[in-house]
Design a binder for this molecule. Structure first.
Ligand SMILES: Cc1cc2nc3c(=O)[nH]c(=O)nc-3n(C[C@H](O)[C@H](O)[C@H](O)COP(=O)(O)OP(=O)(O)OC[C@H]3O[C@@H](n4cnc5c(N)ncnc54)[C@H](O)[C@@H]3O)c2cc1C
Length: 338
């Protein structure tokens, strides 16, 4: 196992923030996990696992060990007439796996094409897009306990999935390393194109929604027109979660802001798009030093080149403050601030 010292993390986070890790190592094979956990550098320092670094903001140098996940592999665990169960190593690229399932015509994750990152990070914040979430297809999450190196399989229920949430982002944060996941996908067509933006795109372009490839191509086209490519403009995608409020709070806000978009959720709360709140505070397209808010999507905070994590964090805090002052609503970051 090769452990590097004082290593730049610039290429390991999609914000492109140039901080250093005290130690950095790559996890190439599952058998090496124990060796990493048993190393002095791991035992005596804070640790963080990284996939592609597309959901993190490093504010300072990391005074511990960064373990970059490179575990690869995909197998068909079992299949029947209707479904297929795929077991996938956590270091695989999520988008590559979506393309694989689209090619095989396995339905269930096609709307989540082009989400950056690794398979292992996907359950951590229950990734989702265009009306689909990974919680809808996940069966099991295979993990290693960091303290004991013991294996534990989490069932879907044990993962406690919520909107951009799971047990791994909350009470078990940094306690387990995710090594593999099992997803159950459908062999029978199950198009899910009710999400408005996707539906409109499909209708406008007369796309055949029974063709899985055409749906994922549509998602890719929409995403490319709206979101910055991290290779060109540093970001972590949506920086904030949408806001959920009770009916009485909504009523008062609508009196003041009649145009406020809101979507009734099944549980009686209402979703307010965080991007709209930020836009109404005049942040969209604003550049502050070397950081800024993306011109096409106010939810996305960007690094225009050379911004430090702290500069980005200060901008994020200012956005939160202004939304709080104008609407009395608290924006919560989706991104892990480290
Ligand atoms: C342009 C852009 C668009 C995006 N669009 C979306 C979107 O539509 N929907 C969405 O949900 N997200 C989106 N994201 C966020 C991001 O892609 C996802 O959160 C993704 O799952 C992160 O994967 P990663 O491998 O980069 O994780 P990282 O950023 O490397 O890690 C994220 C967190 O998970 C932990 N972690 C990572 N791997 C493991 C592991 N194997 N075991 C234990 N802990 C681990 C890390 O320590 C960290 O806390 C977007 C990001 C970008 C840059």
């Amino acid at each position: 196992m090769d452990i590097k010292n004082n290593f730049s993390l610039k290429q390991f986070n999609t914000f492109g923030v140039d901080v250093k890790a005290k130690f950095l190592t790559f996890l190439e094979k599952e058998v090496d996990i124990k060796e990493v956990f048993d190393s002095e550098e791991f035992k005596n320092n804070p640790h963080i696992f990284l996939g592609e670094g597309s959901n993190v903001l490093f504010v300072n140098d990391f005074e511990g060990i960064v373990v970059v996940n490179k575990l690869k592999g995909i197998e068909i665990l079992r299949e029947d007439e209707e479904n297929v169960w795929l077991k996938i190593a956590s270091g695989e690229s999520w988008h590559d796996i979506v393309l694989f399932t689209v090619e095989k015509k396995y339905w269930g994750i096609e709307n989540m094409a082009l989400i950056p990152g690794t398979v292992g990070a996907a359950p951590i914040q229950n990734i989702g897009a265009y009306g689909m979430e990974i919680k809808d297809v996940i069966e099991d999450v295979f993990t290693f306990n960091i303290e004991t190196s013991e294996k534990k399989i989490f069932s879907k229920d044990e993962c406690k999935f919520g909107y951009r949430e799971s047990v791994f982002k909350n009470e078990l944060k940094d306690k387990y390393f995710i090594s593999e996941i099992v997803m159950k996908l459908s062999k029978n067509p199950k198009p899910n194109v009710s999400y408005k933006v996707l539906r409109d795109h499909i209708d406008k372009n007369s796309i055949d929604a029974s063709d899985i490839k055409k749906i994922s191509d549509a998602v890719i086209a929409i995403r490319q027109s709206k979101l910055p490519d991290p290779k060109i403009l540093g970001s972590a995608g949506s920086f904030f979660k949408n806001v959920f409020i009770e009916k009485d709070v909504l009523k008062k806000l609508i009196e003041k802001y009649p145009d406020m978009p809101n979507f009734e959720e099944g549980d009686g709360t209402y979703k307010i798009p965080a991007g709209w709140l930020i836009e109404m505070c005049d942040w969209k397209g604003k550049i502050v030093g070397r950081a800024g808010v993306y011109e096409k999507q106010a939810l996305v905070v960007v690094n225009h080149g050379g911004a430090t994590g702290m500069e980005i964090k200060i901008l994020v805090d200012d956005i939160i403050d202004s939304v709080q002052q104008k609407f009395g609503l608290t924006l919560v970051p989706e991104v892990n601030i480290i």
